[in-house]
Write a protein that binds this ligand. Sequence first.
Ligand SMILES: C[S@@+](CC[C@H](N)C(=O)[O-])C[C@H]1O[C@@H](n2cnc3c(N)ncnc32)[C@H](O)[C@@H]1O
Length: 214
Amino acid sequence: MSKDKEIFEKIYEVGAVWTESKPPKELVNLIESRKIKLCKVLDIGCGEGFYAIYLASKDFEVTGIDISENAIKLAKENATKEGIKIKFMQMDVVDLGMVNDEFDFVFEWAVLHHIIPKQRQKYVNNIKSILNKRGKYLSVCFNNQNPDFGAKGKNLRIVSEGSAMPAGTKLYYSSFEEMKQLFGQHFNIIGAKLIQMTTGSKHHIGNYFFMEKP
Ligand SMILES: C[S@@+](CC[C@H](N)C(=O)[O-])C[C@H]1O[C@@H](n2cnc3c(N)ncnc32)[C@H](O)[C@@H]1O
């Protein structure tokens, strides 16, 4: 088992500190403004499944994937509790070959900062390959202006002992410009801004990119 997967399995043995049952307002806005209309959706790094459940409750056809089997187990239990049908699968997004499907909307909330830059071209290519033409893609990840950045000038932070997250968790904080360059090569950027991402009492600055496949 890869170190990254092992870390997420450990986190989701009991449920993650970052899990929010309420979907973020940026996602809700896309749905309520009808910028995203009823369609097939892929939630990448779905964690305990609450955002996928929100979308399925609005009649979207949803698939959720996550690298962690424990997360997928929790997501399935949460969907069952709500009486909602969602396809949840354990999968590494850097190896999306197994998703034998195409989607109109793909999103990942707080996932890309766990993917180091050398894997990101592959990651973005994978997303492009499973998006329909004119399909939409929302990506939100940590920006490098975060005060808890803690990496002494480096973008990669490896969590040390004593944090709420297991020691060894990798977080790569990206600049807004870096994200613009990565996505701009592949997608038409519809909206890009810095946002506040809130989990519990913690706030982070996030890179928000809403895009369309040409
Ligand atoms: C910070 S959590 C966010 C979870 C969820 N999107 C949310 O906002 O509650 C990051 C998620 O990405 C998943 N993840 C990390 N690397 C992944 C990868 N390579 N492939 C698929 N999922 C991954 C983790 O297991 C975790 O559930």
